[in-house]
Design a protein around this ligand. Sequence first.
Ligand code: PAF
Length: 279
Amino acid sequence: MNIVKTISEIQKKIKKYKSEGKTVGFVPTMGFFHEGHLSLMDIAKEKCDIVVVSLFVNPTQFAPGEDLDIYPRNFERDEKLAISAGVDILFYPDLDEIYPKGYLTYIYTEQLSSILCGKFRKEHFQGVTTIVAKLFNIVQPNIAVFGQKDYQQAIIIKRMVRDLNFPIKIILGPIIRERDGIAMSSRNKYLSKEERDQAKIINIALKKAKEEFDSGIIEANIIKENIRKKIQTSDLARIEYIEIVNSVNLDSIKSVKSGTFAAVAVYYGKTRLIDNIDF
Ligand code: PAF
C-alpha cells in the first residue's frame, strides 16, 4: 500500500492507473477505522481495480467547541487495517495541503444542509461538501462509497454530484452494528461504560418502529412518539431530534411508506450519536 501525502503525487499515480484502463474506487474517511469503514473499503474493492482511501480529519466540518481536537486518531493502527483491507493508496494529507493559506472557497447544498443534523450543526454540511468535492477533484474516482449511517450526508453528496456534474457513481454501504445493535462510529469511543450500555436503546427503538410499520401503523407522529418514549426509558439519553423523512429531499412526512426513513440524533453526555432505519 502506498501512503501518499501530496496532491501532486496522488494525481500522478491515479493518472497512471487510468492510463492502464484501471477503475478507481474511493472511500473518504476521517480515520480511526472500525468495521464500518472496512466494509466500505470491501465494497470499493469488489467494484473497482484500485482502492483509494483518504484519511483527513476535516476541520471545516466541525464547529468551534465541537470535538475536532479530541477526535480519535491513530495512524499506525489505521495503516495496518488499510493494508489488511487491501487498500492500494492511503491519501493522508496535511492540513495545509488541503486548505493552504488564503483558502476561500466553499460548496453548499442548499435546503438539504440546514435541516435534521444541519439545524443543530450549522456549518457542518458545508464543510463536508467542500472537502468531498475537493477530494473528488483530487482523486477523480469512478465510484465513491459512503456509509448509510450518515444518511443525510450521503443524500447531500448525491445531490452535489448531480448538481455539479461529477462523473462519479455514489454507492452506499449498509450500517454496520456492534453485536448489541449500536451503530459503529469512531465517536462511540467517547462513551462511558454506562452510556455505551444505555445507547443500545437507540437501535432497539428504531427496530421497534420498523416492526410497527410492518404491522400496519403508518402515522409518522405515532411512530415518532413511540421512538421518543422508548429512547426516554434510558435516563442518560438527551434526544436532539427524531424525524421521519423521505430519502430524496429529506422532507418530513406524515404517512410512513417504503422509501422513507426514521433518523435520530441523541446525546449521551457530550457524545452525539446518530442512527437511522429504512421503512
Ligand atoms: O463521513 C465522514 O467520515 C466525513 O464526513 C467525510 C465524508 C470523510 C468528510 O470529511
